[in-house]
Design a protein around this ligand. Structure first.
Ligand code: 2PG
Ligand code: MG
Length: 430
């Protein structure tokens, strides 16, 4: 059995031009695993700690040299000789080495980079694709993509306070066709924006960031683009939203646009309700803020039988918060991000807890990404059935889609692609 020979890391750049960490793990049989860590902008309050140098002379304080050093000086010596197939034991060792509650000592970026690189090295040593290494030979379900075609909030500089307007090609017969539906809608949307004299520059996740202020305008544009692409809004391509409401929550209430007075959770939920009745929306993530557990419970009671209600910032991929969400019926699904919690094993535990409760999961990128496609394999390994990985342009987003194309092709007739939304795509398509 191969063992870990060395581990090291490198400070690289992410898709926003900020430093991030790339880890490398080498085994004594010559196998190597390399993985890069993403970084969020609209982060949850209780996410695992992303360690930054804070040295204002470099990268505005955002350098990760200390995390890189932690890999070389603390993690590498401890892992030497370890079994790379014992992912849970390695991750437990990483957590113990860090020793803090939120991974602030060594940094969740240092821990996660190594954790993912170990998985890759073990996959290489066993000559298996990453998804089969992590999920076993039965991993064959391709995820339904949620593609973010209009960006607002913390991901763009326009006036739109709602963060993500995504298309979900759930009527497609397979992943490759789903990708085509998405790309053709994206191009139709660009034509439409151009004709209206709106900007076609893109935001952090590759979606357009036109100067529109209202969510309904964005929804109308998307429905029109789906039709212009020759597809049926609702039946072929539905809509998913991530308002990322923590971003416009204040002491006085939610302020969904610059000129609006603060409103309550229930009023905001009523607004979503009217959109759900009008547009083919199948999924709503972070419709309320991360501290609003009570509001979320009523939100899910009211909307949860119509659409998937996804919790992101409120759970931060942490089983402690997910367990509470399950007990209190806070949502009926969870967003899953490896770097919110900081190791592969803890992320797997979060996914399993959700699935055991009958919840759906959506494996997600961060707004700051790299060309690493780990989450594509991870989504297939977990049989999650959904992935959120941005728009239909920009290399760091497309890397994940292209990897899923490879996996679908490799699985051939064994590939499974089904809609998680067959029972709730009820919107009329306006
Ligand atoms: C989100 C994510 C990813 P960020 O809110 O779901 O789209 O954004 O990575 O900025 O937290
Ligand atoms: Mg989110």
């Amino acid at each position: 059995m191969p063992t870990i020979m060395s581990a090291d890391a490198l400070e690289i750049l992410d898709s926003r031009g900020n430093p991030t960490l790339r880890a490398r793990v080498m085994l004594d049989d010559g196998s190597t695993g390399i993985a890069s860590v993403p970084s969020g902008a609209s982060t949850g309050e209780y996410e695992a700690h992303e360690r930054r140098d804070g040295d204002a002379r470099r990268y505005r304080g955002r350098g990760v040299r200390e995390a890189v050093r932690a890999v070389a000086e603390v993690i590498a010596p401890a892992l030497r000789g370890a079994d790379p197939f014992a992912q849970a034991a390695i991750d437990a060792q990483l957590i113990a080495l860090d020793g803090s509650a939120n991974k602030m000592r060594l940094g969740a970026n240092a821990l996660l980079g190594v954790s993912m690189a170990v998985a890759r090295a073990a996959a290489a040593a066993s000559r298996r694709p990453l998804y089969a290494h992590l999920g076993g030979a039965a991993s064959c379900r391709l995820p339904m993509p949620m593609m973010n075609v209009i960006n607002g909030g913390a991901h763009a500089d326009n006036a739109l306070r709602f963060q993500e307007f995504m298309i979900v090609p759930h009527g497609a017969p397979g992943f490759a066709e789903a990708l085509r539906y998405g790309a053709e809608t994206f191009h139709a949307l660009r034509d439409l924006l151009r004709r209206r004299g709106l900007a076609t520059g893109v935001g952090d996740e590759g979606g357009f960031a036109p100067e529109i202020a209202g969510a309904e305008e964005a929804l109308d544009l998307i429905v029109e683009a789906i039709g212009a692409a020759g597809l049926r809004a609702g039946a072929d391509v539905a809509i998913a939203l991530d308002p990322a409401a923590s971003g416009f929550a204040s002491e006085a209430g939610y302020v969904p646009s610059a000129d609006a007075a603060p409103i309550t959770s229930d009023a905001l939920t009523a607004m979503y309700r009217s959109w759900i009745d009008t547009y083919p929306i199948v999924s709503l993530e972070d419709g309320l803020g991360e501290r609003d557990w009570e509001g979320f419970r009523r939100h899910t009671a009211l909307l949860g039988d119509k659409v998937q209600i996804v919790g992101d910032d409120i759970y931060v991929t942490n089983t402690r918060f997910i367990a509470r969400g399950i007990a209190e019926r806070t949502t009926n699904a969870a967003l899953i991000k490896l770097n919110q919690i900081g190791t592969v094993t803890e992320t797997v535990a979060a996914v399993r807890m959700c699935h055991e409760a009958g919840w759906h999961t959506v494996i997600s990128h961060r707004s700051g990404e790299t060309e690493d496609s780990f989450i594509a394999d991870f989504a297939v390994a977990m049989g999650s059935g959904q992935i959120k990985t941005g728009s239909l342009c920009r290399g760091e987003r497309i890397a994940k889609y292209n990897r899923l194309l490879e996996i679908e092709n490799e699985l051939g007739a064994d590939a499974v692609f089904t809609s998680p939304f067959t029972s709730c795509a009820s919107g009329s398509g306006a």
